[in-house]
Design a protein around this ligand. Structure first.
Ligand SMILES: NC(=O)C1=CN([C@@H]2O[C@H](COP(=O)(O)OP(=O)(O)OC[C@H]3O[C@@H](n4cnc5c(N)ncnc54)[C@H](O)[C@@H]3O)[C@@H](O)[C@H]2O)C=CC1
Ligand SMILES: O=C(O)/C=C\C(=O)CC(=O)O
Length: 353
């Protein structure tokens, strides 16, 4: 197909990639002109955060280890106060999307630069998208203040990510690229990144399942996550992401698992309306049907494939369907109540699309 006209925005970000690249931390903090970095993590990743603080020495302002999923406003406020009290001039976020998200909540308020060190494949480090949860409602927004200025991708830090989370987190990343391929503001550069990102994760996840400490596979997976996260940050998402936000936000389902279960069904829903995107996804995964290839990637690598297995009640599917139909948003196929309700039923039961 000839190239159509398009708009491409290039984000001001620096990426340092490679096994052992954490060794460049001090250099990168210096390049940001920062002198007092507040290190952020979840409670589980406190030891990694302390290692970062040790590496920073006098340039570490302290460690805040209270990051949790979906950034509750109370945690965001507490972290902002700690950053201010310690005179931090930079936030170093080591961890997954939850920790990067906490850094973003601080940056949104203060403009503090973020240096992100991702250890999952969620991709938040490559996006200007933030999410904050207040009174049980998660609100997301876009602001370039929250885009991490520097990202250090060191695959060695992801060796400890449990296999189950690696697979679901990798498919969370694939979801960004898959929806990017049929975005209304898609462009050929993002298409290249999307297809390459899906392919990298498609070969890495089975290898990680076979051997969690496969250094080459961990490197491939993080590379794929970078590419897929870039797509998320650059073009608009559609039905799949809307469904996952509804399911995660209203029914408190785990983020990466929800993406993993819903994606094959969202792709099946959109298949006839986005044939070129489907062909690219299928090709990247070495299959002939995009929805089935994603389902098989999850199923064959031990990931959950049914919403009923991650705590969703069948009786809540009608409400979820109603929420998904609120606030119209672009999608290749128009949003049809009966078909979306059927999609949710299939995802709940875990049928192969
Ligand atoms: N704003 C954005 O662009 C995006 C935001 N997100 C948000 O990120 C959150 C989900 O992030 P995830 O990365 O899926 O999960 P997460 O950040 O909540 O991490 C899940 C668990 O795995 C642990 N963990 C992370 N890396 C580890 C490692 N290498 N070894 C051992 N344990 C490790 C964490 O400490 C945590 O306990 C959600 O709130 C989601 O909405 C996700 C994608 C994009
Ligand atoms: O909810 C957020 O924090 C913002 C975006 C995402 O989580 C993207 C996703 O659904 O993976």
């Amino acid at each position: 197909m000839p190239v159509q006209s398009f708009v491409y925005n290039s984000a001001p970000q620096r990426v340092v990639f490679g096994a052992g690249s954490l060794q460049h931390l001090a250099r990168e903090i210096d390049a940001l002109g920062a002198r007092r970095a507040l290190v952020l993590s979840t409670p589980e990743q406190r030891p990694q955060a302390e290692r970062i603080a040790d590496m920073l020495g006098a340039h570490a302002a302290g460690v805040f280890d209270r990051a949790v999923m979906h950034v509750p406003i109370e945690t965001a406020r507490e972290a902002r106060e700690v950053a201010q009290r310690l005179g931090a001039d930079c936030a170093v976020a080591i961890g997954g999307g939850s920790t990067t998200g906490l850094g973003k909540a601080i940056a949104l308020d203060s403009g503090l630069p973020i240096l992100a060190i991702p250890t999952t494949y969620a991709g938040s480090e490559m996006t200007p998208i933030y999410g904050i949860t207040e009174a049980g409602m998660k609100k997301t927004g876009k602001d370039f203040k929250v885009l991490p200025r520097t990202v250090i991708y060191d695959p060695e830090l992801s060796l400890t990510l449990p296999v189950g989370m690696s697979v679901t987190s990798g498919i969370n990343a694939i979801a960004h690229a898959a929806e990017g391929l049929y975005a209304t503001d898609a462009n050929p550069i993002m298409d290249l990144m999307a297809q390459e990102g899906i392919a990298a994760l498609g070969r890495a996840l089975p290898a990680i399942r076979a051997f969690a400490e496969d250094a080459a596979a961990r490197s491939d997976a993080l590379y794929g996550a970078w590419l897929c996260g870039t797509v998320l940050g650059n073009v608009g998402m559609a039905l799949h992401h809307k469904l996952c936000h509804t399911l995660g936000g209203s029914f408190n389902l785990p983020h990466a698992e929800t993406h993993t279960i819903v994606l094959p069904h969202a792709l099946a829903y959109n298949a006839a309306a986005a044939p070129e995107a489907m062909a690219r996804i299928a090709k990247a995964l070495g299959g002939s049907n995009a929805a089935q290839a994603v389902f098989d990637l999850a199923h064959d690598n031990g990931a959950p494939v049914a919403l009923r297995d991650i705590g969703m009640k069948e009786s809540d599917l009608d409400v979820a369907c109603t929420h998904a139909l609120q606030n119209q948003y672009p999608n290749p196929r128009p949003l049809e109540r009966d078909a979306i309700r059927a999609l949710l039923q299939n995802a709940w039961e875990g049928v192969r699309p």
